[in-house]
Design a protein around this ligand. Structure first.
Ligand SMILES: *[C@@H]1O[C@H](CO)[C@@H](O)[C@H](O)[C@H]1NC(C)=O
Length: 454
């Protein structure tokens, strides 16, 4: 009897404690939001953007209101909410923004405004000279070719630019992830068509009678041009898309154009303040090996177990390749050889890879027998499953013109499109900070249109 009494008391007080705890937690969360709000420290998601302030900026002058754009703000109350009244409702809003950021149901193409840069920044680097007024080649005639060999690995600039040009050429069969628009106020992003990787690969040398390399000069010119544009000034560059796929490309300009969205191969040579996963896009290399079209091979028809061909001794590549070479050199069915793009190297490597069960992507497997034992342990069934999975994703790695649904070009446009909502929020936030300037009506007109906002 006494026990029962005690235990029921226990239940009651536990319930009570739970209630109290939830209440305190709620209060804590509330105060936390208010503190964040008042210090105005940057967060990964900017809460202040989700409420009234930018609405009020827009209504502050002659600009159209959100309703005209048919944009649904995530918060229920869009009118007259005091700035300090932000509540945990914001939490809900943030969640919605996150979901909406990933909403790919809308098939609206990304609207891209492309600067008409002089040819010396793009097709001029391929030896093309303009005929007539246009700075762009006419795609219905001959398209200038991008140089082969290892240059191709970073040719992302070329495929994206061609795709934008194709979007304006009537009757062109292509996948429609992005279209070029001529009015920058209607664009989601501003594309800077500088073939920076080619510029690095081809024009980094300083010739005897030059002070600077052409690559460096072009970057200086580019910075001057871009930062003086109306489009750059209105967003401080945040809605610009800049290509710097070769890790050494844009070495000088990157420090000046950092607010923009970069398309990179990796973040390795960038400080996080210049490039980071929040604002930038990582694009795959274009593979230089021939695609295995209509691959009807199987486990048994590929005699080589493991294949690697490439540079084994590298200036700055560490010792992994050399060590692997010594670990693997006595394995009969392993091909691990020096090779380059010269002397038909790409064709040979294509053939070799197509005849191998596995290809080595050098990363540290430098433990005796570890690698070979691991892959010998993968039997026919598992290998076939892996091979089928690879076939499902291989199209993501194809850069081509015209671009096709599901290829690398389309994947990059999608990745850019996913960054647009957060990018827009940042632009609005910085406008809010400079609100004092905004009474001046000129600024008002420069607010990016929220078309396509969610
Ligand atoms: C560009 O688009 C904006 C917004 O839609 C519009 O107000 C403006 O008139 C357009 N400009 C031109 C030159 O068409």
């Amino acid at each position: 009897m006494a026990d029962k009494h005690v235990s029921s008391l226990g239940v009651v007080s536990r319930k009570y404690l739970l209630c109290l705890f939830s209440f305190i937690l709620a209060l804590f969360l509330l105060s936390w939001f208010l503190v964040l709000r008042s210090t105005g420290r940057p967060n990964s998601i900017d809460h202040s953007l989700l409420t009234k302030p930018f609405h009020s900026i827009i209504n502050n002058g002659s600009s159209p209101s959100w309703d005209q754009y048919n944009v649904e703000l995530p918060l229920g109350n869009r009118e007259g909410e005091g700035e300090d009244e932000e509540t945990p409702r914001e939490k809900v809003a943030v969640k919605e923004v996150k979901c909406n950021t990933h909403n790919e149901n809308s098939k609206e193409p990304l609207k891209v405004y492309m600067y008409d840069l002089p040819p010396e920044f793009h097709f001029g680097l391929l030896g093309w000279t303009p005929q007539g007024d246009s700075v762009w080649p006419d795609l219905r005639t001959k398209i200038p070719a991008y140089p082969g060999g290892l240059n191709l690995q970073h040719s992302i600039e070329y495929w994206l630019t061609l795709d934008l040009l194709a979007s304006e050429t009537p009757g062109f069969p292509r996948a429609g992830g992005a279209i070029r628009v001529r009015n920058s106020s209607e664009a989601d992003v501003i594309f800077v068509p500088f073939f920076s990787s080619l510029s690095y690969n081809r024009y980094s040398k300083v010739n005897p009678h030059q002070k600077k390399s052409k690559n460096k000069l072009l970057q200086e010119k580019l910075v001057k041009f871009v930062t003086s544009q109306r489009e750059w000034k209105r967003s401080r560059g945040r809605d610009h898309v800049i290509l710097a796929h070769h890790p050494n490309s844009m070495l000088n300009a990157r420090m000046k154009l950092w607010p923009a969205m970069f398309i990179l191969a990796d973040f390795g040579r960038y400080p996080p303040s210049i490039a980071n996963v929040e604002k930038d896009v990582i694009a795959p290399y274009k593979h230089v090996i021939r695609s295995y079209v209509d691959d009807l091979s199987n486990f048994d028809s590929r005699p080589i177990l493991l294949y690697f061909q490439g540079a084994i001794y590298r200036k700055d590549g560490g010792l992994a390749r050399q060590e692997l070479f010594y670990l693997l050199k006595d394995e009969k069915d392993v091909h691990f050889q020096f090779g380059s793009v010269q002397k038909n190297g790409i064709n040979k490597a294509s053939k070799g890879m197509h005849s191998s069960k596995f290809c080595l992507n050098i990363a540290d497997a430098i433990k005796e027998k570890f690698l070979v034992n691991m892959i010998r342990g993968i039997g026919k069934d598992e290998w076939t499953r892996m091979w089928q999975k690879l076939k499902e994703v291989e199209h993501f790695f194809e850069f081509q013109y015209p671009s096709k649904e599901g290829d690398a070009v389309q994947m990059i446009w999608q990745a850019v499109a996913r960054k647009v909502p957060v990018m827009r929020m940042k632009i609005h936030r910085s406008m809010r900070y400079s609100r004092s300037l905004i009474h001046n009506n000129r600024e008002l007109r420069t607010i990016p249109t929220p078309s396509n906002f969610w």
